[in-house]
Design a protein around this ligand. Structure first.
Ligand code: LLP
Length: 463
């Protein structure tokens, strides 16, 4: 996630401010297609447009801050994942990245399945018409009520995360006279090269059952004995924002090793493996993500080679991309409120949102890009830190970025690649209202998640 500091670029040659910035881009007005959604461009006046609508109009109509989501881009990415894996694999969009009823409908229309990990996500999925059998239910501590709702609804699979849960789901399903299809989530002992908080397959963390020491094999042994369960496969998710495929390779080999042990011990070949999500996207021009078809080819080859070596039938593969589908589809549109140059350091640009609409910078030291979108500018690059309006000095949206030196209050700036884990992790810190999500397509814009109001906030405050 990190780029190295570069001495070029600061405004004062004798002082090199700390940070992760590279040299300023050659053209500050250019929009790198790697980090912006497909339909984003500038019109003849230099105003950025998306889905055929300019951002000034969007700001006027819907206010700022706002997440602006390119529906066409979402559909293109969802379709690319589905077609990349073809009919021999299933793509489950990870709803935690961003979920709304419109998104569920798009996924349904594009032939994807859905991974949910709470009662709330399940309710949204069902309300929006996702067929229950196309839903996978995740979580390391599902409540009894959530399990019951999922089983009653008839979800396609529940991913079991602990020994206790194996028994809970089995009993519940049995009491409802059902046999629930389940996968068992294992931790394969891989250290994914990503931030510690979003790496999930090393052993010392809360998810899954370790392969090490035979625990996962024991979990399968127990699950196979329970009438309420039909064990259909093994699940592994190694982390998030990963570019290097070698972690997936090791994970796939270890999961296939378990399938082989299960076959040898129980005479059963489990028909499915799920390799989770976690594929990285470009947040800045320095990131180089792979295309879905390359990922699909690499993963299917890894699995089939490992299965051939183990003399196993190749199981049906599923994957769970969240960020890789929705991340690049949206940008956050902000209005600049103040511009504060700190001599020899950098210029602090305050926007009308902040850590309440994007916690990722504060939480993971995530890097983002930013651009002036309400106009172009020929002014020189100025090293900036884009900060929010919260009472916290860590309230940073973009740590180091170059914006034109004539930036002024009232300008609109946008932070691309905020479709994943921004609205879904948004908060009401300082009683700031969460922004709307506005979907644009073919010259039309519509609110799919409305802006929070003070009434929304106060409704929960019952005195
Ligand atoms: N499947 C499972 C079991 C997961 O736990 C996750 C993410 C995914 C799929 C989707 O991962 P993706 O393809 O979106 O990377 N809040 C963090 C990310 C946490 C991810 C949690 N699990 C962030 O903002 O980077």
């Amino acid at each position: 996630m990190s780029r190295s500091a570069h001495p070029a670029g600061p405004r004062h040659a004798d002082v090199v401010p700390e940070g992760h910035y590279s040299a300023p881009p050659a053209d500050l007005n250019a929009l790198d297609t790697k980090v912006w959604a497909h339909t984003v461009g500038r019109d003849v006046d230099g105003v950025v447009t998306v889905g055929g609508i300019d951002v000034k109009r969007l700001a006027e109509e819907f206010g700022t801050p706002a997440y602006i989501l390119d529906e066409e881009d979402f559909r293109i990415r969802a379709r690319a994942w589905r077609t990349a894996f073809g009919h021999d694999a299933d793509v489950f969009y990870a709803g935690k990245a961003f979920l709304s009823r419109a998104v569920v409908r798009w996924l349904h229309e594009e032939g994807l399945n859905l991974d949910v990990c709470s009662g709330g996500e399940l309710a949204t999925a069902l309300l929006a018409g996702m067929p229950a059998e196309r839903i996978a239910f995740h979580g390391n501590n599902k409540s009894a009520e959530e399990i019951e709702r999922a089983v009653r609804a008839g979800v396609g699979r529940i991913v079991l995360d602990s020994f206790q849960e194996i028994v809970r789901v089995a009993h519940l399903a049995q009491s409802l006279g059902k046999r629930q299809q389940v996968q068992i989530r294992v931790t394969v002992g891989v250290e994914a090269h990503t931030h510690e908080f979003i790496a999930t397959a090393h052993e010392d963390q809360k998810f899954g059952i370790p392969l090490a020491g035979g625990q996962a094999a024991e979990a399968v042994r127990r699950a196979l004995q329970l009438d309420g369960l039909e064990v259909i496969g093994i699940h592994s998710h190694i982390g998030s924002q990963i570019f290097d495929m070698s972690g997936f390779e090791v994970a796939a080999h270890r999961v296939v090793g378990l399938l082989k042990d299960i076959r040898d011990e129980h005479g059963v070949e489990l028909p499915e493996i799920d390799l989770g999500g976690g594929l990285g996207i470009a947040y800045t021009s320095d990131d180089d993500p792979r295309e879905p078809h390359e990922i699909a080819k690499a993963l299917t080859e890894i699995v089939s080679r490992a299965c051939d070596a183990a003399r196993l039938r190749t199981p049906r593969i599923s994957v769970e991309p969240g960020r890789a589908i929705v991340g690049p589809t949206a940008f956050t549109l902000y209005e600049v409120g103040t511009v504060k140059p700190l001599d020899g350091l950098r210029t602090y640009v305050s926007v009308d949102g902040g850590m309440s609409d994007n916690i990722r910078t504060a939480l993971y030291d995530a890097e983002y890009s930013v651009a002036l979108v309400s106009r172009t500018s020929g002014a020189a690059p100025m090293l900036c830190r884009v900060v929010g309006k919260h009472c916290e000095s860590g309230d940073i949206v973009v740590k180091d970025a170059f914006l034109p030196a004539d930036l002024a209050p009232g300008d609109l700036i946008a932070v691309p690649a905020t479709g994943a884990y921004c609205r879904s992790m948004a908060s009401n810190y300082n009683h700031v209202l969460r922004p709307p999500v506005v979907a644009v397509r073919d010259g039309e814009a519509r609110v799919i998640v409305r802006r929070e109001t003070e009434e929304d906030l106060l409704r929960l405050d019952v005195g």
